[in-house]
Design a protein around this ligand. Structure first.
Ligand SMILES: [Zn+2]
Length: 207
């Protein structure tokens, strides 16, 4: 299920101590019998002494032992854990779904399958939930104007944001914020924007 790298590319990653491939493959130093993540701080073995494995289980199965320095069996190095961490850090918003899969050296199809297995939903749905969780935090814990919250978490329009928020939490962001104290400035900014979008409604209310 993982992308196949040439040994040369894998060795280059080990020489560069690139964290990009941590959790994607593991390197064994035949002289020490230990397996590491590519970014391990210990000196990179000679190319002729390297063996590469897609999972720690496979390395273990062949009798190699985990390096105590980089601790390659830790959960944070599994590909699925890294994917979830990176989505939560906003990497789908930054790179797009295709660029994100590329940065992990896996296909979009593999990415979808891994996220689906982990979360029960697709990467884009998971990312949308992540945005809404961040939004809920900003709405309830900060005084950031709602429109800024929307753009901050990655929505491109206030309407889209309001709709998605309402669908998820059965309440609008404005209603959720109500009990909190407001700053006059943020209220003004918010109502200005709404007037622009709901001209008809506002006019009707005025007459
Ligand atoms: Zn190591």
């Amino acid at each position: 299920m993982r992308a196949v790298f040439s040994k040369t590319a894998q060795y280059r990653a080990v020489k560069e101590k690139s964290t990009k491939y941590d959790g994607i493959f593991y390197v064994v130093d035949k002289t020490t019998g230990k397996y590491c993540v590519p970014s391990c701080v210990l000196a990179a073995p000679l190319e002729k002494d390297c063996l590469f494995f897609g999972t720690t289980q496979k390395a273990k199965h062949q009798g190699y032992i985990a390096c105590s320095e980089c601790q390659p069996d830790q959960q944070r190095f599994t590909l699925s854990a890294r994917i979830i961490t990176r989505i939560n850090a906003g990497d789908i918003d930054s790179y797009g779904i295709h660029g994100f899969a590329d940065s992990l050296s896996i296909s979009e199809r593999q990415l979808r399958r891994i996220v689906q297995e982990q979360t029960g939903i697709s990467p884009l749905e998971f990312n949308r939930e992540k945005r809404l969780r961040s939004a809920k935090y900003l709405v309830t814990k900060t005084e950031l104007p709602i429109i800024d919250v929307a753009f901050n978490v990655g929505f491109s329009s206030l309407r889209q944001f309001n709709d998605a928020f309402k669908t998820a939490y059965k309440i609008s962001p404005r209603e959720m914020r109500k009990p909190a104290h407001h700053k006059a400035g943020s209220k003004k900014l918010l109502s200005l924007h709404q007037n622009k979008n709901n001209n008809k409604k506002v006019k009707h209310e005025i007459t």
